[in-house]
Structures are given as structure tokens and as C-alpha cells.
Design a protein around this ligand. Sequence first.
Ligand SMILES: CC(C)(COP(=O)(O)OP(=O)(O)OC[C@H]1O[C@@H](n2cnc3c(N)ncnc32)[C@H](O)[C@@H]1OP(=O)(O)O)[C@@H](O)C(=O)NCCC(=O)NCCS
Length: 149
Amino acid sequence: MHHCRFSTLHDRTQIEKLFKRVRDGMKSTALFNWSDQQISQELLLSDFYLNADSDGSVQGFIAHRVNTDFVEIMALGTDPSKIKNGLMLLLLNNFVQNFSNQGLEVTLEVHEQNQPAISLYLKCGFKRIRNRPSYYKDGGAALVMTFLS
Ligand SMILES: CC(C)(COP(=O)(O)OP(=O)(O)OC[C@H]1O[C@@H](n2cnc3c(N)ncnc32)[C@H](O)[C@@H]1OP(=O)(O)O)[C@@H](O)C(=O)NCCC(=O)NCCS
């Protein structure tokens, strides 16, 4: 049984390991380009919404920053051994409902070639609003997407 919740300080080590597992599981580094140092920094700067198992193990995360009138998703990922089980759709649906109930827009950027993530966002109800050409280190464009209920 899974449940969705915001992280506490106790989750920090587990999130850091999961974040790195997600990165190391990527075939293309360009699509999820996070150094160890950036991950450590993100743990300090962002809040995390988590998908946890009944035994407390964390299987998915959404790193995000809450601003006055919008929430920005910085990164998200599911444990590579648990992908394609509907875990992130569940987590993301909960996440956007939670914030749109508070009147906040949810926004994100995604590499134009990250098809699994783009499909996920469209399925969850995100709309593509613009492109940022040559946004990533490999020259790829970012799609800017938002969820507004
Ligand atoms: C993208 C990611 C988070 C999806 O997590 P997941 O838990 O496997 O996703 P779900 O099982 O909930 O899938 C939900 C929907 O996403 C889309 N999706 C997920 N994986 C996909 C894939 N490999 N190819 C195409 N679409 C995919 C589908 O629309 C899917 O719905 P469906 O199963 O009915 O077709 C996961 O692949 C991941 O961690 N990727 C690496 C990190 C990353 O790229 N993050 C995004 C940029 S920060």
C-alpha cells in the first residue's frame, strides 16, 4: 500500500539515495543532468513530495519550490526498479490537486526528448505553453508546461 506525503528531515538520506538512483538509471544524462553537488543543494533548497511504501521506503519524489502564486517542479523520479506501475501518476495527480486547491499554478520544464516524462505530464493534465530553445547543455530545448485547474 502506497501513500503520498510531504518529506520531513528524517527522509533526507533516503531521498538523496533515490535521487541518485533515478539519475544513474537514465540512459541519457542530458535528460536528467544532476551532479552529486546539485542533488545535495536541491535537498536544501526544495521541498519534497513523496510516494512511500507501508514499510516507509520511498519510491518516488517530486522536488518543488513553492512561490507566492505558483509552484515549480524542479525534478521528479520513480525508483528505476518500480517504474511503469502507475506510481508517479498517482503522486503527481495528488500533488497538483493539493496545490490547485490552494489556487496555485504548477509549472515545470522538461527536455524535449524526455518522452516518458512528457507523456506523464500530458496524462496528468499539464499543458505546454512555450519552448525555451537551446536550454539544456546538449542544445536541447525545454518545454515549459503548466497545470492550472
Ligand atoms: C518519468 C517517470 C517519473 C515516470 O514514472 P513512473 O512511475 O514509471 O510513471 P507511471 O507508471 O505513473 O506512468 C504514468 C504515465 O507516464 C507515461 N510514461 C511513463 N513511462 C513511460 C515510458 N517509458 N514511455 C512513455 N510514456 C511513459 C505514460 O503516459 C504513463 O501512463 P500509461 O502507463 O497509462 O501509459 C520515470 O520514468 C522516471 O523516474 N524517469 C527518470 C527521471 C525523469 O526523467 N524525470 C523527469 C524529468 S525531471
